[in-house]
Design a binder for this molecule. Structure first.
Ligand code: AMP
Ligand code: GLY
Length: 449
């Protein structure tokens, strides 16, 4: 008798219900995985692709570990930062599950800005800034008064991207800077403590990489747009949209700049290893390109949102293999390649997002029509109930145009956006357009001199 060989699809656990996680689940499904998803909202895109769904708090470590054990999960990918801080990666590893996502200690690169800056300084990682870390108010104020440079004020802990304020921008002058430092301590914004660092000027870019503890394998560069309104105005948000180019660089970033940013990433990973905080996961480097080259604004311990939606649809290699490489500490055998295409992602958000968002309104996406325009839909913080999709107070739907160049990708994204219907929704249409990119290139040229 000939035994029938049945190739079982690999079961992979994902945590998170945003646009980033929809892109992760989509890449896993393309790689033939059977996805079991944990999320707090019922993301219709993820729910459709997943075999099992658990609606739960993403920081409920015990519940998630139980779910993973019941389903005999072998591999897990943690999307957002909060579960990393709650120790989910550590708990899953104890169960013998391979995890894409750093340990709680290594995730301090994102969850503790004081730890991150101090580590970079101790190991002389290139691209660091002048800074001070304070867990008491009086010395922080003294540092601010004495500083002969403008400051960025950063609560040490997680604030959902909304706690950082910069002198000359959100903070009018030194007086406002000092008031904000007081407020951070008084209201314990982002935990107890503050990082004060030198304000720098330039254009920002995101470098995401797969990291196996030692090796750092880059993904295409992306530029996110954090400000709520067109022309990069208004309050900072989680990110309104982003673009990437067919050459995997950006219009204002040269190969040499990328090489320097990569060196900062490699040296950071090495520093973590030396501190007994081996890093296995996706490392997100937020850089600002200045007259002195790329400088480090911050690190995140995960894919970016929206940036994951730019790069993952372009991944040509098998994502499950890459995830195994990360979790086993050996990416040497994974050949990682991305299609040489441009992408433009624009987030559809509730009107008032960043200030006073309108929530719980119906939103409809004609997915077939979006696909006909050469674009992709990634659902984010929406809820599905009996086929009806409603918004929440956060970002609703990411639309990603993909084409051989940026102009084509932007046009595809815009055509696709016509197939998203909702009351009180808002999109930053300028993202990926020639006018705003030309301005960025000119600004960078002036800074470089
Ligand atoms: P973060 O939450 O650390 O990404 O900071 C939010 C935004 O504040 C960044 O995207 C930058 O635009 C700005 N920012 C942060 N740190 C600095 C800095 N040292 N100098 C100038 N701008 C900064
Ligand atoms: N796009 C910014 C972030 O993911 O933190």
């Amino acid at each position: 008798m000939i035994a029938k060989l049945k190739i079982m699809a690999e079961r992979v656990l994902t945590v998170g219900g945003g646009g980033r996680e929809h892109a992760i689940v989509d890449a896993l499904a393309r790689a033939g995985a059977e996805v079991c998803a944990v999320m707090k909202n019922r993301n219709p895109g993820i729910a459709r692709l997943a075999k099992e769904v658990l609606l739960a708090k993403e920081t409920d470590v015990a519940k998630i570990v139980h779910f993973a054990r019941e389903l005999s999960i072998g591999l897990a990918i943690v999307g957002p930062e909060a579960p990393l801080e709650a120790g989910l990666s550590d708990a899953l590893r104890i169960e013998g599950i391979g995890v894409v996502g750093p340990s709680r200690r290594a995730a301090r690169m994102e969850t503790d800005k004081g730890f991150a800056r101090s580590l970079l300084a101790k190991h002389d990682v290139p691209g660091n800034l002048r800074f001070g870390v304070f867990d008491e108010l009086a010395p922080a104020i003294e540092f601010a008064k004495d500083a002969d440079f403008q400051l960025a004020v950063k609560p040490v802990g997680l604030t959902g991207g909304k706690g950082v304020k910069v002198e000359g921008e959100q903070l009018k002058d030194k007086g406002e800077t000092i008031s904000y430092i007081k407020e951070v301590f008084d209201r314990s914004i982002g935990g107890i403590g503050v990082v004060l660092e030198e304000k720098i000027a330039g254009e920002e870019f995101t470098l995401q990489a797969f990291v196996d503890g030692t090796r750092v394998v880059p993904m295409p560069l992306v530029q996110d747009h954090k400000r709520a309104f067109e022309g990069d105005l208004g309050p900072n948000t989680g990110g309104m949209g982003s673009y990437s180019m067919q050459d995997h660089l950006l219009p204002f970033v040269e190969k040499e700049d990328l090489a320097m940013a990569m060196e900062s990433m490699r040296r950071t990973v090495e520093a973590l290893r030396r501190e007994d905080c081996e890093y296995r996961g996706v490392l997100y480097g937020q850089f600002m390109l200045t007259s002195k080259g790329p400088r480090i604004i911050e690190f995140n311990a995960r894919f970016g949102d929206p940036e994951a939606m730019n790069v993952l649809p372009l991944l040509e290699s098998n994502f499950v293999d890459i995830c195994h490489g990360i979790s086993n500490g050996d990416l040497s055998g994974s050949n990682v390649s991305f299609a040489r295409m441009a992408t433009v992602c624009k987030y559809v958000v509730p009107a008032g997002y960043g200030l006073e968002p309108k929530a719980n309104l119906p939103i409809e996406v004609d997915e077939k029509a979006v696909a006909r325009e050469g674009a992709r839909v990634f659902y984010a913080a929406v809820n599905e109930d009996q086929g009806r999709i409603t918004t929440s107070s956060s970002r609703a739907v990411g639309i990603v145009g993909i084409a051989s160049d940026l102009e084509g990708a932007e046009a595809s994204c815009e055509r696709a956006l016509m197939h998203v219907k909702g009351e009180a929704i808002y999109v930053r249409h300028d993202i990926g357009r020639k006018e705003i990119i030309d301005k960025k290139v000119a600004r960078m040229r002036a800074i470089r001199g």
